[in-house]
Design a binder for this molecule. Structure first.
Ligand code: ATP
Ligand code: MG
Length: 361
């Protein structure tokens, strides 16, 4: 694959999704790539999920929340010359608020919205239902894309244990909402034989968990039925966007075997479902700098120092093997060295982004 493939993605695509295992650097690379795209003259929004204040501070913002904020031109100029039209915006998605917005859009009336919001079961589900964070991120992405105010949307994905959860979670969530339980609760409000059995079970259940709780569940499920159709429609629309020509997935991994495997699984899944792979990034690669000590130097060194040097050598070798393994089987691999310090300033994000663009192997 041609050099500077990552740069072409920044120039040509309108949605980049940074996905990968937990803690590999998704948020960091999403921000770093968004900065580089803004320098290239794009109007970019980075949609992040990370509640850490670190990113806001790095971008020179007092805080970052569920509202689009523009990064000051002077801050952006610290990392390079901004080409004409280049602008950077950021938003940190609040999952609960994003979920509320979907309800507002999908409910049949403002009264129904009020009833859903007031229901204690909704309060629980909107923050803890598996997949709701991913779903919220995807619907927000879809909204920004259809509004068309940005040339490029760079999406950071939530800190899931497994990278593929990002693709699977929304479907799992809408299936759960459409589940047998929902149908059963609805049926139990009728007057036939099945309904009578349902009512009996509910009565017994309320003895254990309290009748208020059972009522809340019943009301929630019947109110939510109208909304689930809208939820599913939105999930389908977002999936078409994720499949589209203007989208690319950036698969971020660390050189650790499990993280690399996750990235390769994700890649295979993209291939098998005709979704657009863009690039691999191996982040936090340790390079032999300073150079590893020679065998002679090791012979005369104190044992503690030898142990440190050997450990360092092991890490450097593991990382080099990881790079070789991935780039042997796949084109489009960019490498980002491990910095000695956390990436917590606009300058360090800028440096990281430049290194990535220069490092296509
Ligand atoms: N190349 C790097 N060198 C040094 N530190 C790095 C590098 N990349 C990321 N980090 C640091 O590693 C930590 C994790 O990075 P980040 O938050 O971007 O990961 P993540 O994949 O978004 O994590 P999560 O899955 O929890 O959302 C952060 O403290 C970040 O500053
Ligand atoms: Mg993150």
């Amino acid at each position: 694959m041609a050099n500077n493939e990552l740069r072409s993605l920044l120039r040509e695509k309108s949605v980049l999704i940074c996905a990968g295992a937990g803690g590999v650097g998704k948020t960091t690379t999403a921000a770093a790539l968004a900065i580089q795209a803004a320098l290239l003259g794009k109007r970019v929004l980075v949609l992040t999920i990370d509640p850490a204040k670190r990113l806001a501070t790095s971008l020179g913002l007092p805080e970052l929340g569920h509202k689009v904020m523009e990064i000051d031109e002077d801050v952006l100029a610290k990392v390079g010359t901004v080409q004409a039209g280049g602008k950077l915006f950021a938003m940190m998605l609040d999952q609960k608020l994003a979920f509320d917005e979907v309800i507002e859009e999908c409910a049949t009336s403002p009264e129904a919205v009020k009833r859903v919001f007031a229901n204690p079961i909704y309060q629980q589900i909107s923050t803890s239902l598996a997949g709701s964070q991913e779903y919220a991120a995807m619907t927000k992405l879809q909204q920004f894309h259809s509004e068309g105010n940005y040339d490029l949307l760079v999406v950071d994905t939530p800190p899931t244990a497994h990278a593929l959860d990002f693709l699977d979670a929304p479907k799992r969530m809408t299936q759960a909402l459409n589940s047998t339980a929902l149908k059963w609760f609805k049926k139990s409000s009728g007057n036939g034989a099945v309904e009578r059995t349902g009512k009996f079970i509910l009565k017994r259940l309320s003895k254990f968990v309290g009748s208020q709780f059972v009522d809340d569940i019943g009301v929630f499920f019947s109110e939510f039925e109208d909304v689930t159709e809208g939820f599913k429609k939105k999930a389908d629309e977002t999936f078409s966007l994720l499949r589209g020509e203007s989208t690319s997935f950036i698969l971020v991994a660390s050189p650790a075997v499990e993280a690399l495997q996750e990235a390769v699984f994700f890649y295979e899944r993209l291939q098998s479902t005709s979704m657009p792979f863009g690039h691999f990034i191996i982040n936090r690669v340790h390079r032999p700098s300073p150079p590893l000590p020679s065998a002679d130097a090791m012979r005369d060194a104190p044992p503690q120092l030898v142990a440190v040097a050997k450990n360092w050598q092991k890490i450097v070798t593991r990382d080099a093997n990881a790079v070789t393994m991935l780039s042997k089987h796949h084109a489009c691999v960019a490498i980002c060295p491990a910095s000695a310090k956390d990436v917590h300033s606009i300058e360090s994000l800028g440096e990281l982004g430049q290194t990535l663009l220069a490092s296509d192997v």
